[in-house]
Write a protein that binds this ligand. Structure first.
Ligand SMILES: [Zn+2]
Length: 62
């Protein structure tokens, strides 16, 4: 079994977070594991969200 890790790096997850992932008109609601650093960064980004590999992510499903 591979060890669980953060969605965006190799750190172990700190918390699962419900996020909205979007690109143009495409919307996806999912729960992703994040390390402490990335969890804080996403929360700090607020409604504008953060871009990762062409997709935007923000805290919360709406
Ligand atoms: Zn991370």
């Amino acid at each position: 079994m591979p060890r669980p890790r953060c969605t965006w790096c190799i750190e172990p997850p700190y918390q699962d977070l419900a996020v909205l992932k979007w690109r143009g008109e495409e919307r996806e609601r999912l729960t992703i594991p994040l390390c402490r650093k990335h969890l804080i960064r996403l929360k700090e980004a607020g409604p504008a969200g953060r871009e990762f590999k062409g997709w935007f992510y923000k805290d919360g499903w709406w």
